[in-house]
Design a binder for this molecule. Structure first.
Ligand code: GLA
Length: 761
């Protein structure tokens, strides 16, 4: 049936002088609405309104039906307010009121008669929508919300109103409160549309992976606004490698409004499997289908005998305090002992090394870890020298991708404790870095900075970490404010560097953000203006009597890698902010890293941004599972280790599941990232969707990642893709930690998946 649009009449221009005219026009509109109502007898009818009454400011009373809005202005809701001559009005609110007669005929012949959909225009940036004073929806987060402002500009807004809340054939008020962060503001893009939902519209499926004792999926069939309906649910679990059906469930279900029907499907992670779920609605025949890859673990269990997982090297400047934690797996209790330990250095039985060395040079000693099951020995070198910080890419955690600006001391301790408890520290993850959101609102009268109330004791937190051999990272930027709007270091670089030393900071992420304003004010757009602020902070942090790993943040379109070395950066971002979706990981990890290996060297690493595996969320509401499929997550970690990138975990470690722990704790995979040659991989071959990235390793072998970046699976011959003329002696699957037999070399690489090889000649 063709959709019939009933356009509401033009809303009148209202001004105080013209009240009579306004009332006349209003009468006319009501008449027109009644006419619209008479015509509204088709099932798929939509009532559209593109004008509203508008007022800048904020008053929750304006949500109600009976409000004197006679002095409000008329506005076209398809275009932002500043484009219609209203003041730009940044960081503030405005209200739109739609006075609408909603004809009963809109639902009379509709499939579903107990609700209507109110599709309001898009909002720049956040909205809350009320029908006759009752909140029916909102999109984005207002600054007053728990975790602060999050805009949602280009998002369609469909809200559901209960039929019983509508004043049928009478005037209703849809009131929209809009918050604008900056630039253009207000409703735009589409008119307000009201329609009755079609049969089975509002039925959706939610598939959630759980790891609580065992691994399982919950399948929920949800009914947002349909009347109760019946259907068939079919669940098929398939082995992705053999195609064999592992499990099927067929069920007749009733889906009630507001009460999801749930089915639980347990699975094991020892195979590559997928779940296909189909719901077929009995009345309408509507089919909803979803497919999910199930998580699978490739990393073998750590042996019970001791095993060193750290690179056998650590760099420190002369006289700087050493804080280092040997990363050893194996059954506890375990004892570490050293022989030929240089004077001035101590190692506890638990493996925490402290002390200092005043003279340049290489100090080599033997460290042995022993438990009831056996022992392991490592020849370890401390490299002392002014340029020896960051001998291998930093491994650890950063708060941004999970907590965003809502980071707190409590959350940091929880992740640090989990880093130890879940064994990640035994695999070399040792930095605990806070990102933006720790800074107090104002500086002290002497210009020094403090942490805000979320960090009751920065010193206490850092001491706690140091006692455990972990290191602490902090965040700031050269501008007056950081990217999150907190205090930056502009004009206080010395004070901040000194404060970092006083607290015991080991890592500084120095982000560009508002420094762009300084360039604008001085109209200085040259190369030097990029380098200057980073050089300034570099001088101050290098003057401190402790080592602070200096990580440079991304800078708009300018390529930090071109001059990062000149600022003595220990690493620099080579991509804009990462997100947990394939398109971003593909762009950030593959496309933007091509040709960059020449800018990376030991102590000066390219950094394509933090990891997006596990539970992430950027502080925008609840944490959620990464949206990357398991295959994509293997690709992400494979590529980052090949790129000799900083390996900063971006998720909540306290709630990290076994799959993610195993993904991040494969000692052979991580050994490639930490390889002492420090050579970043290059794209060595590209054959359609198949990309081969490889890097030479210190032992003469090569690490090879074979990636399928396309959208279909591909059969490949791994041997033929190894980028070397020399005959391979051993081809080792690094994830599975086993040498491959000839018959295993021809294989399928699923879309967005990869194989990771170490090839010895
Ligand atoms: C920038 C950085 C992010 C994060 C935020 C904090 O966007 O690229 O990694 O540090 O700032 O505001």
């Amino acid at each position: 049936m063709a959709t019939k649009e009933v356009r509401a009449a033009q809303w009148c221009e209202i001004n105080r002088k013209n009240l009579i005219e306004y009332l006349m026009k209003k009468l006319f509109i009501v008449a027109l609405m009644a006419l619209a109502g008479l015509q509204a007898n088709a099932q798929t009818q939509t009532l559209s309104v593109d004008k509203a009454l508008f007022k800048q400011g904020d008053n929750m009373e304006w949500a109600n039906l009976d409000v004197d809005d006679s002095s409000w202005s008329s506005i076209d809701v398809k275009s932002q307010w500043d484009k219609q001559g209203f003041p730009a009005h940044n960081n503030d609110y405005a209200w739109y009121r739609f006075r609408i007669n909603i004809p009963k005929s809109l639902i009379q012949n509709a499939d579903q008669q107990n609700a209507v959909i109110i599709n309001i225009p898009r909002a720049d940036d956040v909205d809350e929508c009320y029908l006759n004073g009752k909140l029916i929806g909102g999109t984005g987060f207002l600054p007053t919300s728990k975790n602060g402002f999050v805009g949602a500009v280009n998002v369609d807004r469909y809200y559901v109103a209960d039929a019983k809340d509508i004043h049928w054939d009478k005037e209703n008020v849809v009131a929209v409160r809009v918050y604008n962060r900056g630039g253009s503001g207000g409703l735009f893009y589409n008119p307000l549309n009201i329609y009755a939902p079609k049969a089975a519209e509002g039925i959706s499926m939610r598939l959630t992976d759980y790891n609580e004792g065992k691994q399982y999926y919950t399948i929920e069939v949800i009914n947002d606004y349909a009347t109760s309906t019946n259907g068939k649910l079919e669940v098929v679990m398939t082995d992705r490698e053999t195609g064999a059906v592992v499990k099927t469930i067929n069920k007749k279900i009733t889906v009630k409004r507001g009460k999801p029907t749930m089915v639980t499907v347990p699975y094991t992670m020892d195979k590559m499997q997928k779940l296909t779920v189909t719901y077929t609605d009995a009345k309408t025949g509507k089919v909803i289908k979803e497919e999910k890859q199930l998580k699978y673990v490739l990393t073998p269990d750590d042996p019970v005998t001791p095993r060193f997982n750290n690179a056998p090297v650590f760099g420190v400047r002369p006289g700087s305090p050493i804080i280092y934690r040997f990363a050893v797996t194996g059954e506890r209790p375990m004892k570490l002992t050293c022989s030929n330990l240089p004077e001035g250095v101590q190692v506890t039985e638990e493996g925490v090394m402290t002390g200092k060395l005043d003279k340049d040079g290489d100090y080599t000693f033997t460290v042995t870890a022993e438990n009831a099951k056996g022992k392991d020995t490592q020849i370890f070198t401390i490299k002392v020298g002014a340029d020896k910080i960051g001998q291998t890419p930093p491994m650890g955690w950063n708060s941004w991708n999970c907590w965003g600006l809502s980071v707190s001391q409590e959350k940091v301790i929880a992740s640090a404790q989990a880093l130890i408890d879940k064994g990640l520290a035994d695999h070399g993850y040792c930095y605990i870095n806070i990102d933006d959101g720790w800074e107090a609102a104002e500086r002290n009268p002497d210009g020094t900075i403090e942490a805000n109330e979320k960090f009751p004791s920065m010193k206490g937190l850092i001491d706690w970490l140091h006692d455990r051999g972990l290191k602490f990272g902090i965040y700031s930027g050269p501008g007056a404010t950081t990217c999150g709007g907190y205090l930056g270091s502009l004009g206080y670089e010395k004070e901040d560097a000194e404060k970092y030393n006083e607290w015991g900071v080991d890592y500084l992420k120095y982000d560009w953000c508002s420094y762009e304003n300084v360039r604008r004010e001085t109209n200085d757009w040259g190369f030097a203006s990029c380098i200057r602020p980073y050089l300034l902070m570099q001088q101050y942090i290098r003057q401190q009597p402790r080592d602070i790993f200096y990580s440079l943040g991304p800078l708009g379109g300018t390529q930090v890698y071109l001059w990062g070395l000149y600022c003595d950066g220990d690493s620099w971002r080579t991509a804009p902010d990462i997100e947990d979706d394939w398109a971003t990981v593909y762009r950030v990890g593959f496309r933007l890293q091509e040709g960059l290996s020449k800018y990376s060297s030991v102590g000066h690493w390219n950094d394509p941004d933090m990891l997006v595996v596990g539970k992430v969320g950027w502080g925008r509401g609840d944490l959620r599972e990464t949206r990357l499929t398991p295959d994509e997550q293997y690709t992400h970690i494979t590529l980052w280790t090949l790129l000799a990138s900083n390996m900063l975990i971006g998720c909540d470690i306290e709630h990290m599941d076994d799959f993610t722990v195993k993904l991040l704790c494969n000692n052979e995979v991580n050994a490639i990232n930490q390889d002492m040659l420090g050579k970043q991989a290059d794209l060595t071959k590209k054959d359609g969707d198949i990309e081969i990235w490889s890097r030479p390793l210190a032992d003469g072998s090569i690490a090879v990642g074979i990636f399928n970046v396309g959208d279909v699976d591909h059969e490949v011959d791994l041997k033929a893709l190894i980028p070397s003329d020399k005959p391979a002696k051993v081809i080792r699957d690094v994830w599975r930690q086993k040498n491959l037999a000839d018959e295993e070399l021809k294989c399928n690489i699923p879309l967005h998946g990869c194989r990771y090889l170490k090839v010895t000649f």
